[in-house]
Write a protein that binds this ligand. Sequence first.
Ligand code: ADP
Length: 644
Amino acid sequence: MTPSTRTLATLLIANRGEIACRIIRTAKAMGIRCVAIYSDVDADARHVREADLAIPLGGSKPADSYLQIDKVVAAALACGADAVHPGYGFLSENAAFARRLAREGILFIGPPAEAIEAMGSKSAAKALMERAGVPLVPGYHDQAQDLQTFVDAAQRIGYPVLLKAAAGGGGKGMKVAESANELAPALDSARREALAAFGDGHMLVEKYLAAPRHVEIQVFADGQGHCLYLHERDCSIQRRHQKVLEEAPAPGLDAALRQAMGEAAVRAAQAIGYVGAGTVEFLLDGDGRFYFMEMNTRLQVEHPVTEAITGLDLVAWQIRVARGEALPLNQDQVPLLGHAIEVRLYAEDPAGGFLPASGQLALYQEPAAGPGRRVDSAVREGDTISPFYDPMIAKLIAWGETREQARLRLLAMLAETAVGGIKSNLALLQRILATPAFAQAQVDTGFIERHAEALLPQPPVLTEAFWQSAARAYLRSTPASVCEQDRHSPWSEATGWRQLAPAHATLDLRCSGQTRLCTVSLATVRTTPDETRLIARHGDTAYLHWQGDAYEVTVVDALSASAAAHGFDGSLAAPMNGSIVRLLVSPGQQVEQGDGLVVLEAMKMEHTVRAHRAGVIQALCCEEGEMVNEGTVLIEMQEVEHAA
Ligand code: ADP
């Protein structure tokens, strides 16, 4: 690279979580002093401890903390930062923030504000790309926003159509309409979501392609007008239109197509005078035609797979380009080594519509990093996954000389991972990687839905052998409380053995919403080969593996068990913390199983709470606009017995 033109001694990282830790790692290795910022709930977070200095912002909600431009700029000025790295999300694509920093004489590690603006609206970006000769999905992305315009546009392009928020991101404000009569409610809901998430209800509509692939190009440009593509990533494995697994290179693409996509991406970047790291996202159909979707003017979550196959450190490149250095490579010098796959470990409930989960990470074990293995995370066991931020726990990345090696290595890493106390997508990730269709690289955005039966199986019936084995594992892991000095005394046995005491122990166990009174013979506790494997024991909870899945078995406290049994039968509780957007029913109304009752907004997405059974609404226990906690009763319902 050419000699640097700007000094960069102190860097403020305007982010949190794994991406803040990842940026700190590279910046420190470059001899840069790293300053973190943090919200109230993040006071003890890992990014705070890993930085050289940390500055509190106060507040916890993003709007009160990491999104407060004034506070972030004040922190940067206070620590004498030469530059700010925004990470992804939060202020990373906020042109006003980039401009404000420039006015204060602080470098923004990202593209020029004009480039952020050009791509900030999906509608405007599409218009721009159309002019630059980049192919688009058929659709409508103009100014008029009345229903009739959308009805006419959808009619013209043909159903199914996809409504998208122009300001959208993270799958928010996006709804499919299969037919004309679904259009108006879908437009309403998507617009509401967009207003809540982005403060902007401007929508566009496009043809909803059947099972395309999501293939994106990593581009990099310096301030000297040199722009490269660092190959592509396939991010087709998605739920709720959001990525869960990414890999590079995209399997099965021929050289000509890869080059055509790479060059189209570079054209897109050059059309807006891009500088720094960016990603141009395309949809790729079964016939090898690709269509521009959007450009993300920042570092992506999934950048590690590109780093793994190129051997380049993208954050180091971002910093060097921001300092004014030129890119050190030509297009044909960009390395491409082997294959890499990343999975995103999320606190969420795959069986419950992928609702984000929050709460304490009572058990957390992550795989060791090493050759071909990378773990990007920012949590420790005992941390709380807060409802305020993205529920990603960690990213696990495996590299191999071939895709198959990377796949097997990632499976091995997942087998070393354990999450407890909170729902996670760990088992889903394992199943995705183990599915023959994935091994054969038959990937497209419909993958999870198409393989739902194998990927999201019904919870298995817990057999008697399971309960017995779980009870034995629990007893074995019970620390001896008597005669701690003499570990050889029978009194120190953790099996519950007591002189003249009965040779059995009875435990009231709860697992997966079921309870079981289990009597086990103490003589068998050490001798019987077990069906379950104990991962860890914390307090009253044992974490076990059984038939390839993880289970939490808790010894039930008699009082709380009876409260649960007599408490809330026939009532519907909030599945997560959130706010009530709409009540869809009124008292006295009869509902069928599956009918929508309440629309809840959480993590900026709308979720419909549905009736588990047919019944009659007795009472509404919440109001529109109200904030509710997970478990809060929303509706009282009387079940109706249907004649068989
Ligand atoms: P966001 O910015 O909210 O992430 P994107 O426009 O990037 O939204 O789209 C997210 C995902 O939604 C894509 O990766 C793809 O799976 C799906 N998607 C988007 N547009 C279409 C379309 N026209 N047809 C089919 N799927 C689409």
